[in-house]
Design a protein around this ligand. Structure first.
Ligand code: ATP
Length: 514
């Protein structure tokens, strides 16, 4: 049986995994059953990147707001009618916690009647089979996958399938969702789903889409890995205009968007996790008027996304100004400034900087300067016992890197000269072997074993003539004299001047005792 908890643990980012722990602790303390649901399960199983964590609780999550805040999450938005809270978890992880519910659609174009329900009932109100799975995070059933519509099978065949014939009629936003997923995953709609989709399109069901669903679908674009492709498909299907009547691909700064996604990938490869959402929205709406942008922003439920999008240009200007000032007068200072800036701002400025010097500094930060890190003489440092186990190591490595960046250490020799005073004293020698009768007994036993091994090697006749004498017992090592302590002390201190003292001698060679 598949171990979905293990798969979850290896597929989530460390921040997302911590987020699961946080939500789990809060739900458990409140005595609410908790499930990881929807797109998160789909992406965990299928291997796609996991954009956000969708949780479902049996109970009302709105009651947990204070507990989530106490645990370190920020409340990004609340939707009272469907009892859902949107969380920003530490480290750029996004989550949504919803009440398990049923939705009864009584009138086309009107919001459904929402009732609390069990997780099983909740899965029945979902859009597609691949999104209608839940993973239990509860004691006793942790790791159990609920998959009433055989979503795993559809994941295997890469198929998008609705749960019932009225799906698009009940909620026409599912037409947009179907197109978005088809564009993202390059999966086709299952045959009957396609037929229902075509009928819904022809019947103009989309005219009944709820305003709140439009906001959700706009926000979803912000987190696509290839937003341009999705927007093109939405335009082709006629859905982009539903999101905003003047929205076309011509409103998109396609060059800016491509550069953004490329730089984002570059940063991800370097280990950063920038939230590109606000910048994606900026480029998707670049050629809109301020009024249109503001109208679109009003529809988006997550206010943190809207605020970050609104402030993005001002924050980028601020960072650009600092990058042109004294604070970034040297490569090392620039490095420090950019390392402490939010990765999303570095990302945005990398593709929008107007000043060549700013552009160049960010480019160096993301490429050339990283290669300087390779100049740390690691083998020699290991010989000097300057290894990551030393408490001073991170600071020392950082200081050397900064000096290398600024050209203050120009060669391997200079770098080693700088490092030598920090070498710790060699470790004490191992204790001398036992002497007297115990040692003799051990030596005799070793000799007997060696003789037996040799005899076995030579075969019954000992063809090679004389047996090889047994290996001598291990000699007692000469007691190494402790080296004088290296100066300066191992405590973190500002970077010292290059060493004047001769380097501490390497430990004396062990002499064999005869
Ligand atoms: P993404 O990867 O874009 O975040 P997602 O599947 O996680 O996609 P969300 O909009 O975050 O989509 O919604 C979470 C889950 O809620 C979905 O996976 C689906 O189960 C359910 N859901 C969302 N919108 C609808 C809808 N319009 N009708 C039915 N179920 C929906």
């Amino acid at each position: 049986m598949a171990d979905y908890i293990y798969t979850m643990e290896i597929r989530l980012t460390p921040d997302q995994l911590k987020g699961v722990g946080l939500v789990q602790d809060v739900a458990r303390a409140a005595g609410m059953n908790l499930y990881l649901t929807g797109g998160a399960i789909r992406d965990i199983i299928s291997g796609f990147s996991i954009r956000d964590l969708d949780f479902t609780v049996q109970g009302n999550p709105l009651k947990l707001q204070k507990d989530f805040e106490k645990a370190g999450a920020k409340i990004a938005a609340v939707e009272e009618d469907i009892r859902t809270i949107f969380l920003s978890l530490p480290g750029n992880a996004r989550a949504e916690v919803s009440m398990a519910r049923t939705e009864r659609f009584e009138k086309t174009g009107k919001p459904p009647i929402v009732m609390p329900a069990t997780i099983h009932e909740d899965l029945r109100r979902r859009d597609f089979t691949v999104n209608a799975m839940a993973l239990s995070l509860n004691e006793g059933s942790r790791g159990l996958l609920l998959d009433p519509f055989n979503g795993v099978a559809d994941l295997e065949t890469k198929t998008i399938r609705i749960l019932h014939n009225y799906s698009f009629l009940e909620d026409p936003s599912r037409l947009i969702r179907a197109t978005r997923f088809a564009a993202r995953f390059h999966w086709p709609l299952e045959e009957r789903t396609q037929a229902r989709y075509d009928a819904a399109k022809e019947g103009k069901y989309i005219d009944h889409i709820l305003r709140s669903s439009i906001g959700h679908e706009i926000a979803a674009l912000a987190h696509e890995d290839d937003p341009l492709n999705v927007v093109k498909m939405l335009e082709k299907e006629g859905w982009l205009q539903i999101l905003h009547d003047r929205w076309t691909v011509a409103k998109v700064d396609t060059n800016g968007l491509s550069a953004l996604m490329k730089t984002r990938q570059q940063m991800v490869d370097l280990g950063y996790t920038p939230d590109a959402g606000p910048a994606v929205m900026y480029f998707l709406t670049s050629h809109f008027s301020d009024k249109d942008v503001s109208d679109i922003q009003k529809l988006i439920p997550r206010k943190d996304l809207v605020e970050a999008w609104r402030d993005i240009e001002d924050h980028a200007k601020e960072l650009a100004k600092r990058l042109m000032g004294k604070e970034a007068a040297t490569p090392s200072r620039t490095w420090q400034l950019l390392s402490s800036a939010r990765p999303e701002m570095v990302l945005f400025l990398a593709v929008t900087a107007k000043q060549q010097s700013v552009e160049q500094k960010i480019k160096n930060y993301l490429t050339k300067w990283r290669q300087v890190q390779q100049k740390l003489p690691l083998p020699e440092m290991t010989e000097l016992l300057i290894t990551p186990q030393l408490p001073i190591y991170p600071k020392l490595a950082h200081d050397v890197f900064m000096l290398l960046l600024d050209g203050k250490l120009r060669s391997r020799t200079e770098t080693l000269k700088y490092l030598k005073p920090f070498a710790p004293p060699p470790p004490p020698p191992p204790p001398a072997p036992r002497r007297g009768r115990a040692a003799k007994a051990a030596a005799d036993a070793a000799a007997a074993a060696a003789t037996a091994a040799q005899a076995a090697k030579l075969g019954p006749k000992g063809k090679k003539g004389k047996a090889v004498p047994p290996a001598p017992a291990a000699p007692a090592p000469a007691v190494a004299k402790p080296e004088p302590k290296a100066k300066p002390s191992q405590k973190s201190k500002p970077a010292p001047k290059p060493a004047k003292k001769p380097a501490p001698k390497p430990p004396k060679k062990k002499t064999k005792k005869k």
